[in-house]
Design a protein around this ligand. Sequence first.
Ligand SMILES: N[C@@H](CCC(=O)N[C@@H](CS)C(=O)NCC(=O)O)C(=O)O
Length: 238
Amino acid sequence: MAASGVHVRLYIANQNSTSWSLRPWVLMKQRGHSFEEIVVPFERDGGHVAAYRALSPTGRLPALHVDGVVIWDSLAIVEYLAERDPEVWPQEPVARAWARSAAAEMHSGFAALRSVCSMSCGHRVRLRAHPQALEADIARLDELWRDGLGRFGGPFLADERFTAVDAFFAPVAFRLQTYGLRVSPSALEYCRRLLALPSMQAWYSAALAEPWRDEEHDADTARHGEVEADLRAPPGSP
Ligand SMILES: N[C@@H](CCC(=O)N[C@@H](CS)C(=O)NCC(=O)O)C(=O)O
């Protein structure tokens, strides 16, 4: 979708564990935008800090660079893309308002889901306990997904097409898979639909193949449950 001659680069963090970077990446893939993707590994000892600061004023990724202009934060990137591609959000105003509300809720909410079930595409974890705050987040997620699918007719959350709101919930699909979280049949069907997208499969394969490890993130993934499987390629493998 980039105009010819415009250089679009999306800088992203580790694919196994970065939910933020997945959002614009999967949206751009689904919309057929042309861009160069560059993975800059997060290093727990702070080795990434200078590189991230050079790419993004917050020192956080994702960051989109378009001919020298830097756009940071996944929400701002999605809105930037929407200014150039009117099909990023649903066309219909009510669906668009709903989609923006749901994406905003994801961007600033679901704290328990994020902290108890950190994203790690390659792990399979059985939670030891389901804290009440996590249960409340899952119930709200289920309600929200069923509302969108019922109201706008599916198969995606606010449209028959994949739109930005689906990109915001794409990382949640990996979390449901990793932790085997239980949701209603229609929410589960939607989750499976997201996971089956070729773009999501490509992300998943790249995440499993990643040669580096973030041990603190791995420990965080294991903190609330038993790790039943780690499907990633051995660390350091080519
Ligand atoms: N709200 C930001 C969050 C981005 C974010 O937290 N990115 C993490 C990815 S791992 C990061 O860059 N962390 C670097 C650090 O904490 O030093 C967004 O939506 O883009």
